[in-house]
Design a protein around this ligand. Sequence first.
Ligand SMILES: Cc1cc2nc3c(=O)[nH]c(=O)nc-3n(C[C@H](O)[C@H](O)[C@H](O)COP(=O)(O)OP(=O)(O)OC[C@H]3O[C@@H](n4cnc5c(N)ncnc54)[C@H](O)[C@@H]3O)c2cc1C
Length: 438
Amino acid sequence: MDPSIIVIGAGAAGLMAAGRAAETGSAHGVRVLVLEKMPEAGKKILVSGQGRCNVTNAAPLETFLMYFGRNGRFLRNAFHRFFRDELLALLERYGVATQVERGGRIFPASGQAADVRDALLRYASEHGASIRYQARIQGIETDAGAGRPRRVVGLRLADGGFVPTQAVILATGGASWPATGSTGDGYLMAQALGHTIVPLRPALAPLTVEERARAKALQGVSLRNVHCTLWAAKPGKEARPLQVPYPLPETGELLFTHFGVSGPLILSSALAAVDALRSGKTVTLSIDLKPGMTAEQVRARLQREFEQYPHRQLPTLLRGWVPGSLADVLAEMSFITGDRKVHTIRAEERETLATLLKDFRWHITGSLPLAASMVTAGGVSLKEVDPITFESRIVGGLYLAGEILDLAADTGGFNLQAAFSSGYLAGQAASEAVRAEG
Ligand SMILES: Cc1cc2nc3c(=O)[nH]c(=O)nc-3n(C[C@H](O)[C@H](O)[C@H](O)COP(=O)(O)OP(=O)(O)OC[C@H]3O[C@@H](n4cnc5c(N)ncnc54)[C@H](O)[C@@H]3O)c2cc1C
């Protein structure tokens, strides 16, 4: 018998969609099939949260939505119907207890992402959904009904085969971390059906800098408790702090790489930086290496130490302030080279140093590519998707769920919750529609 509903992609959204479609439809003759191109399900779930899978976040609804920026409001309705409590209860039902950690992040108590993936697989299979692996979908076929809305009639497999069906849930994910199976195929399928794809951009990605040689010299240096500010400037205009739609911690960790900068503060600001650069602005990063001290306090302490240890070489003295290789770089940037002892350093040179400690500047050139970003921003335009059923407004019987949609949030469990909620509601709506068709 032909499947009534086909879910494309066995990721977070697809497995949830299959489970819910089968749960609400199996008893009424709705047959659900998941087609997954990889040899196993949920490869991205397995790598998420560094293998621990940060499934959602304890933040209240309004705060939660803020983490998606302007597009967050699209999720309001979905979250009213299937949110954190419903997700955690479902996971609990399939044996996954969870715990809240720093920043409200919620993880399986076992610390194993595989438990989340396996719970979703059981949810789907227990209700009668079946999964076929290594089945890559090429495209979605519709009837070209003259004068009436187009409807899904089936799927074209990569091997040329055709599978008829009444409804399709497109849950192929984004275009990040392609080794997990998310290679962006769904964008092409949706576009071929007439959907608008909002330009794809890397979100949660490390940033690249103009000062490559300096970054290389600092590669591997990790700074804890620094304050970072990204500044954006239109040509000829004054720079302003870059707007990130959610609050960032005052201080955090920053990591230098051979191409630039990474770490939680950078990842969280990356999309805003990428978008500013795309709109023709210049973006600079200012690192405050001593956020616990005012500029005046830094100056005073430097002067005190210079007087106390006049025969010390500068990099040696600076090692009391910052890690070794950074001390060398700061000395060089203050044009204090060689083995100069502290007492030979002029007041202006000391002033340059004090400024650098509070405002260590970098010019941002871009980010690592989509494939290396954790999340793909952009995707199927939300204007073309019903926020209650997740059905396409362009093709009847086509539902879209998960990262394929133009949604991207900060780290913290927000992205997975969006995938689970949209999958759940798309599954339910597809099942109800198929049953209504009889
Ligand atoms: C390293 C990393 C860590 C992350 N950690 C977290 C975290 O802890 N918390 C959080 O909230 N978010 C996290 N994210 C983001 C989150 O994992 C994703 O947003 C989420 O998994 C998206 O779910 P999805 O179902 O839409 O897509 P995916 O999980 O990407 O699933 C899509 C599925 O579709 C399949 N597919 C694609 N094309 C085809 C085709 N043509 N035919 C058949 N099948 C196809 C793929 O193989 C894949 O299995 C992380 C992302 C990365 C990369």
